[in-house]
Design a protein. Sequence first.
Length: 452
Amino acid sequence: MDEDTIKRLRPTVSGKRYDKHDGEVANLVVRVGTLTKVFVLMARFPGDVRTTRRKIGTVGLMSLDKARAIARDWNEKIKQGIDPEEEKTRSEREKRLQERRVFRSALVDFIAWLPDRRYTRHVTDDIAVIRRTLLENPEAAEILTKAVADVTRDDLGEIVDGVNCRSMSQAYQLCDQLQAFFRWVRAPGRSGPYGIVVNPIDGLTAGDFDVWKNARLHVLEPWELRAYWQAAGEIPYPYGPYFKVLLLIAERRTAVAEMRWSELDPGRRVWRAPPIKVKGKLVEHLVPLSDQLMELLADLRHSQPPGHGDYVFSSSYGQRSINGFGGATKTLRARAEAALREIDPTKVMRHFVLHDDRRVDRTALSALDVANDVAEGILNHSKKGMEGLYDQYRQIPQRRKAMARLHDRLDEVVAGSKDDFWEDEPSGGSWEDFGRAAAGKEAERTTRGRQR
């Protein structure tokens, strides 16, 4: 039988079919119906008690040579007691398993799992780090094609070195994510499917990759705060008021940007911020609102047009929160520099980031002698160990009083009536004054000695 012979096979009347044997390959048959002709293998397959037909392919979509090759393969498997269909299923499953075990595929699975992990506060940032430094990194493309079990320390060191050449901060974050990924992939129930037994970076730290985290210690000086506040006042809604609230409220920039009117309770003067996940449980987060914050928010409320949506800070009439802080922050820095030149031309406005606002608040709270646990609670830093497990008191009254003190002093610092957040009035003078004082004390001691 050849291709022309198959073409000449006449279709049947409705409901009837007939078979045409190939004559060259055993058990290969062309089954002719009313509308289609198909290649089938007519044989007794392993496990069957009688001869059955299994479709190989459709005539026209599959050539005769291809059908014969498949039929020969199936015949050979049947002789060995192997069911071709089961073998195909097994091969496809093995192929999918091998694809899943590829480093890139496993990383994609890890990203999909991250929103379900116990601690989810930094999920978005963690996913961005993995995409930027691994999945979208051309230098990692070859290593990503390896099986997870075949990835070595040297492979990972090569990727980290490449990222480190551009940014040590990103390289440090990459080390964190690699540690998290290999802990995840080697967990019970995953190590088998991903085919990994040994963690290639077990026992290593970021320092072993010659990478370390540079802790940011920058705190705005009083004159820089004055310039910051003046610059924020010159920037229109939504970013100008947002920068002011961010400095006052001591919360993270994203949380403040996503603040909703429905979360603000003017009666109790608290912001019922979205719950945060602590030890796998959602915990309510209440933020006391000082007089200054209430006045700022009230002005915003009254200035927004009717029908404004729920988001406090929005460029779309309250329908979506603000995002993309890069451009707005650059504008704030430029205006702050200009403002400081007016305030004090002898001073220089150092580079700052929005997260520095929290550092300013925390440092000021210590300067004002606010109890450490209250100050840490204001920044929404969770309690550690057994204290965090048993002590669930939120210290709202204490936090409210501390924030009132902080904001009153901030008003004085910004206005220039106070030089700093801490009080210190040393009895100073010239070196001559201290010399005369020392001579006087010595004379007094001498006189007392003679009297004795």
